[in-house]
Ligand binder design. Structure first.
Ligand SMILES: *Cc1c(COP(=O)(O)O)cnc(C)c1O
Length: 460
């Protein structure tokens, strides 16, 4: 395949993409397929000789769409959204065409400088201090890992990087039980050890109890541990829990601990000023992550980390061997020194296209609609015989149960086999509950009201 053929097939692919999206409502959100079905239809080894693109494309159409969970389906209400606005898809195609590598300013000047400006645009859009700076990662998991590594090295005065952890004091990191498993993963990768992630109790509204945080830190210091940092959440994945950021940051700072706020999902909603009370005090944090690839419309992958001062993170992650040096330029930013991988995709382009193509008002209107429609769906579910609302809505996320655990699980299975909508589960206070989140970029009120309709039909 050469570039002329690429141009030819790209046009076919673009038309295919338009039709795919136009017809999604008619497809089940989750495919009806058993594990191994696709594997069984693929050859065991790669071909020795070239195959025609026509045949490869035909196999794609035959095998892939029917075995795909459609994240861009307007009735995808599972997990959290992974929105891909058409403008962001276009930007991604252009980034793919350039196929550059944005590790250093000089390896990708435009990518680098657009990234810096997008960080500023997003700080302003989310109401964060303009004195903050930041960078783009692939995922919130990596951003959180970067923050945890920074907590570790800051607490050890960078002795972990140089000497390893063997003879260092036992580090402690604090988070509530509502924080995402990416925090546990970061703790493991950072060599801190799962046992040293202290889960702080929550209060009745599911946020971290700052008094319990203070007590845990003091008890650890008395026991000879070395507290290093606190990971807080705004919009936890399970039920949307929000820690009281201002109070917890105050406690953390009184012990000189580094704080990181995980707002992977809920961060996008902060473009609407009325939701910012959920992370009151966030300007006091040392690091904040949110995923434009969830609710904002910037297609996967794109996670943004903001920091008032990146120095500690650069000191933790930045290396500058001779082959990565830029001659005669000291005043440039090389974002690889802020992140775990060296190589970096040109992710800023899709932020740029998305923010311009819809405008902040267009994006705000979507999020506000999602929140409003989620409340309407919840009211309708409350009236269905046997349905019990189990958590209050946080933005556009709420949970419910149907009679008992067994009946709830059975209902979820019936809902997802039906295919018109897609929901997933969590456990809350030991009970199996069904999560509903509204946030797909193209969903309408009718799509959302299909949730109570399907539940009514399947429980009637
Ligand atoms: C989705 C999510 C994550 C993980 O995001 P990735 O970008 O997939 O790593 C972390 N924290 C919260 C609260 C999330 O909702």
């Amino acid at each position: 395949m050469n570039h002329d053929e690429l141009a030819h097939w790209s046009k076919i692919a673009a038309d295919w993409a338009r039709d795919y999206h136009a017809n999604l409502r008619d497809a089940p959100v989750r495919p009806n397929i058993t594990p191994g079905e696709i594997k069984a239809q693929l050859p065991k080894t790669a071909p020795d000789t070239p195959e025609e693109i026509r045949r490869i494309f035909a196999d794609f159409e035959r095998l892939v769409p029917g075995a795909t969970t459609h994240w861009q389906h307007p009735r995808f209400f599972a997990y959290f959204p992974a929105n891909a606005s058409p403008a962001s898809m276009l930007a991604e195609q252009l980034a793919n065409a350039i196929a550059g590598q944005a590790m250093l300013w000089q390896t990708a000047p435009a990518a680098n400088e657009i990234e810096a400006v997008m960080i500023d645009w997003l700080l302003d859009a989310l109401g964060l201090p303009e004195t903050f700076t930041g960078t783009i990662h692939d995922s919130a998991t990596t951003a959180t890992l970067s923050a945890i590594l920074t907590m570790r090295e800051r607490a050890l005065d960078w002795a972990g990087n140089s000497q390893g952890l063997t003879n260092q004091p036992r580090l402690r990191i604090y988070a509530s039980a509502e924080t995402h498993s990416s925090v546990d993963k970061g703790i493991r990768i950072a060599g801190i050890g799962q046992q040293n992630l202290v889960k702080i109790p929550t209060t009745a509204d599911h946020g971290m109890d700052p008094v319990a945080l203070d007590a845990a830190i003091k008890a650890d210091i008395a026991a000879g541990f070395l507290p290093a940092g606190v990971v807080l959440c705004t919009g936890g994945t399970s039920i949307g829990a929000c820690d009281p950021i201002a109070d917890c940051v105050r406690v953390a700072k009184s012990h000189n601990l580094f704080t990181h706020v995980d707002a992977a999902w809920a961060g996008s909603a902060m473009i609407c000023p009325e939701f910012r009370t959920l992370w009151d005090g966030v300007e006091g944090a040392d690091s904040v992550v949110f995923n434009p690839h969830k609710w904002l419309g910037v297609q996967f992958d794109c996670a943004v980390q903001f920091m008032p001062d990146p120095t500690a993170q650069i000191q933790t992650l930045g290396l500058r061997p001779e082959y990565l040096k830029t001659q005669n330029q000291d005043d440039i930013v090389n974002y690889n020194e802020w992140t775990v991988p060296l190589g970096r995709r040109f992710r800023a382009l899709k932020i740029w296209f998305t923010l311009r193509a819809y405008g902040l008002e267009g994006l705000r209107e979507r999020i506000r609609n999602h929140v409003r429609w989620a409340l309407e769906a919840r009211e309708a579910i409350a009236e269905i015989d046997g349905c019990i609302l189990t958590t209050e809505p946080r933005l556009s996320l709420f949970t419910f149960a149907y009679r008992d655990d067994v009946e709830t699980a059975a209902l979820l299975e019936r809902i997802n086999n039906d295919g018109r909508i897609y929901l997933t589960q969590t456990t809350h206070h030991g009970k199996f509950v069904i999560r509903v989140q509204v946030g797909q970029f193209d969903c309408t009120r009718d799509d959302v009201m299909m949730i109570p309709q399907v539940i009514r039909e399947l429980t009637g």
